[in-house]
Design a protein around this ligand. Structure first.
Ligand code: MD3
Ligand code: FE
Length: 199
């Protein structure tokens, strides 16, 4: 894929029960919502966050905040099992000492997609990004450093973990519209956790 990208198939499988329990608690405090981009489009992916910082977007722009703008309360704490999974996956990919302060949780339903973008609202690009996929299969699009660079398609399955860092950290990426192929455990949805060092 890329020189500093590692796909760890099934790495999160032992953590799934704890991850699903944690998600229930997170969404009870900070529900999934469809945010609006600066361009005025409502995202088809629903999202929430846990950790000290959470990613948000509205008409004013993209940013990280310590308070959930919908509830006025801090984002729910990052469960210790989340931080441990992210740290162990990063280490397995060659990034020792990864301590995420933000976890963006994306929920995809059939038809949800994420158009090509870069993740560049984080302060420190030296830290990797760790992403965990649960539920339905998605087709991930991995591009280059320019929006017009060609993309490769990579299927992501329940339990897969991807780690991006170094030279690949600012590559364009996205997710194709989700097909409805119900998953045995999660049904017609896909949940993605993306761990970052944002602050
Ligand atoms: C590749 N999420 O939340 S995995 C995102 O599956 C996001 O929900 C996708 O893109 C998803 O921003 C893709 C995460 C990911 C995150 C950062 C990256 C992939 C990346 C940075 C560089 C290259
Ligand atoms: Fe992204």
């Amino acid at each position: 894929m890329g020189p500093a990208t590692m796909l760890l198939r099934g790495f999160a499988l032992p953590y799934v029960p704890e991850l699903l329990l944690a998600i229930t608690n997170i969404e009870a405090a900070s529900p999934f919502r469809h945010m609006v981009t600066p361009g005025g489009f409502t995202m088809s992916v629903a999202l929430t966050n846990c950790g000290a910082l959470g990613w948000t977007t509205d008409r004013r722009g993209y940013r990280y905040t310590s308070v959930d703008p919908d509830t006025g309360e801090p984002w729910p704490m990052m469960p210790t099992v989340f931080a441990r999974l992210a740290n162990e996956a990063a280490a397995a990919a060659g990034f020792d000492g990864f301590t995420p302060d933000a976890c963006l949780v994306n929920r995809y339903l059939p038809g949800s997609r994420l158009s090509l973008h870069q993740d560049k609202n984080e302060r420190d690009y030296a830290a990797p990004i760790v992403s965990v996929s649960l539920g339905m299969r998605a087709t991930f699009l991995f591009g280059g450093d320019a929006r017009t660079d060609p993309t490769v398609k990579v299927p992501l399955y329940h339990g897969d973990v991807m780690v991006w860092g170094g030279a690949d950290r600012l590559r364009y990426h996205g997710v194709m519209p989700l097909k409805d192929e119900p998953h045995a455990l999660l049904g017609s949805q896909r949940i993605n956790f993306t761990f970052r060092k944002a602050g």
